[in-house]
Design a protein around this ligand. Structure first.
Ligand code: SF4
Length: 62
C-alpha cells in the first residue's frame, strides 16, 4: 500500500500529526506529501487513520 496526497490538500497538517512517519509537510508548497515507498505494515493503521481523517479527502491509496 502506498499513499498519494493530491492537489486538493488544504495544508491543515492533520495527517502529519496523525502519522508523521508517512506524511510530512512540504515547506515550499504548503501542502502535505507522503513517503514514496510502500508503507511498512506497522504503520498501516495510523496511515489509514490519517487518510480517513483528512478533511479535504486529499489522500489517495495507490
Ligand atoms: Fe492535506 Fe489532508 Fe494532510 Fe490536511 S490531512 S495536510 S488536507 S492531506
Amino acid at each position: 500500500m502506498k499513499y498519494h496526497v493530491n492537489e486538493t490538500c488544504i495544508g491543515c497538517g492533520l495527517c502529519v500529526a496523525t502519522c508523521p512517519a508517512v506524511f510530512k509537510m512540504n515547506d515550499e508548497t504548503g501542502i502535505a506529501e507522503s513517503i514514496t515507498a510502500d508503507i511498512p505494515a506497522i504503520m498501516e493503521d495510523s496511515a489509514k487513520e490519517a487518510q480517513e481523517g483528512c478533511p479535504a479527502g486529499a489522500i489517495e491509496s495507490v
